[in-house]
Ligand binder design. Structure first.
Ligand SMILES: [Zn+2]
Length: 418
């Protein structure tokens, strides 16, 4: 498959972008040749799309339940009971709905932690999006349920060789308060030996920090995980809100990846991520949406704007973050975190591209496109999304979207009694 995007705006010039198979083969003022598909890029801006580094895709099915609660009440008393009703089929349709929404909002990768990961992988493969899918552990909560998770984890591990290059697997210990220490130790060992990413919720609430200190001789969650050898350059820590200066230094030194989830952090009243301090300390900061029951959308536009404003509110200085920094965290940093050779539009890079409609009112005036993208634009500005050399959406149409919406709506009704 070859694609030519004609006459598109890229970094303040008009160019043609050629894609051969799944890589950007040429960027030049004019590219000749024969292509399977030619896209008219006039009036469009080419940008790297978004890489969503923390979420629970199928939680789209729980969007709108249990508002107005803090994390532990929300999780233990509302979300976990509703999740008892999940099946492989419902996770499949919830994941399809999530992926549809991600594509429509310019996202080409998501890092997922949820039940029935085989269903999420099936949905991601069908819709040709990139994903890191978690092998979940929560063995401090229920050893019986962990047996089922283990079966599913083993199943996807055994199927690994059949997945496309767009799918990778990660260990997903839910959090330190839900996963046993020997499990964390074993995963840290295997992660180091086999280069498997680890994806964990970390320091999301003050209670998590206090409980950890009480249980582990005064160690913070970061210090505790560091002691176990869990924190490396392939460990992604979601939320990472309640961090001391020392915690931030450890995370920077270990080159661990932080996923900033501003909408979820504020909806669950969990607290503020220390954006400026983390960036200035050399931490690898990315953006994630978290699941739809605590956000409630999967739009990275919302995360960028909200995240920038939250950083300003925290810092109360004139320059706590720039639009360019925020955009880099949501794109390039997210791709790099998962070893995806994309996140910038250059010859030789993987062909992940979104085309933004420059005639959308939110993109006018034309003084600073990145500022417009971070502070003004929403998903209606995204016209076309290309992932791994495949066109996932063109002129805002994703193939099969009506059926996905219908099936997801039906499925959600079977899960929640209202
Ligand atoms: Zn989460």
């Amino acid at each position: 498959m070859s694609i030519l995007i004609k006459s598109v705006q890229l970094n303040n010039r008009i160019v043609d972008i050629a894609i051969d198979k799944n890589r950007i083969s040429r960027i030049a003022p004019s590219v000749d040749g024969v292509f399977d598909t030619v896209i008219d890029g006039s009036g469009k801006l080419a940008l790297p799309p978004f890489y969503n580094t923390h979420g629970h895709a199928a939680m789209t099915l729980f969007r709108g339940i249990a508002d107005n609660l803090e994390l532990f009440d929300w999780l233990f008393n509302h979300i976990w009971p509703a999740e008892e009703n999940l099946t492989e089929e419902s996770v499949y349709w919830g994941s399809k709905l999530a992926i549809l929404e991600m594509i429509k909002t310019g996202t080409v990768f998501f890092n997922d932690m949820y039940f029935y990961p085989q269903a999420t992988i099936r949905a991601a493969e069908e819709m040709r999006i990139r994903a890191a899918v978690g092998m979940i552990s929560a063995d401090r909560v229920s050893p019986e349920k962990q047996k089922v998770y283990h079966e599913h984890n083993q199943m996807i591990w055994d199927m690994k060789k059949d997945f496309s290059d767009r799918i990778q697997l990660a260990f997903s210990p839910h959090a330190i308060y839900t996963v046993r220490e020997d499990t964390l130790l074993a995963q840290a060992e295997r992660s180091a030996a086999e280069r498997i990413p680890i994806h964990i919720h970390l320091a999301e609430t003050r209670k998590e920090v206090e409980d950890c200190k009480a249980e582990h001789n005064g160690l913070s969650p970061v210090q505790y995980l560091d002691k176990l050898g869990v924190l490396t350059d392939q460990t992604l820590c979601a939320h990472s809100i309640h961090l001391s200066d020392e915690d931030i230094e450890i995370l920077a030194e270990r080159k661990s990846i932080l996923s900033y989830n501003p909408c979820s952090n504020y909806k669950l009243s969990s607290g503020r991520f220390r954006f400026r301090k983390a960036i200035d300390s050399g931490c690898r900061v990315t953006f994630g949406t978290d699941g739809c029951a605590s956000n409630d959308s999967l739009s990275m536009f919302d995360e960028m704007k909200f995240g920038a404003f939250a950083a300003r509110n925290e810092q109360q200085t004139p320059s706590p973050c720039s639009a360019a920094e925020i955009f880099t965290c949501a794109t390039k940093n997210g791709a790099q975190a998962f070893g995806i050779d994309a996140g910038v539009l250059e010859e030789g890079k993987l062909a992940d591209i979104m085309l933004i409609d420059l005639d959308n009112t939110m993109m006018v005036a034309d003084h600073d496109y990145i500022s417009n993208i971070v502070y003004s634009a929403d998903s209606s500005c995204v016209d076309t999304v290309i992932c791994d050399g495949n066109i996932l959406m063109q002129h805002r149409i994703v193939p099969g979207e009506k059926e996905i919406v219908r099936k997801a709506r039906e499925t959600a009704k079977t899960l929640v009694n209202r």
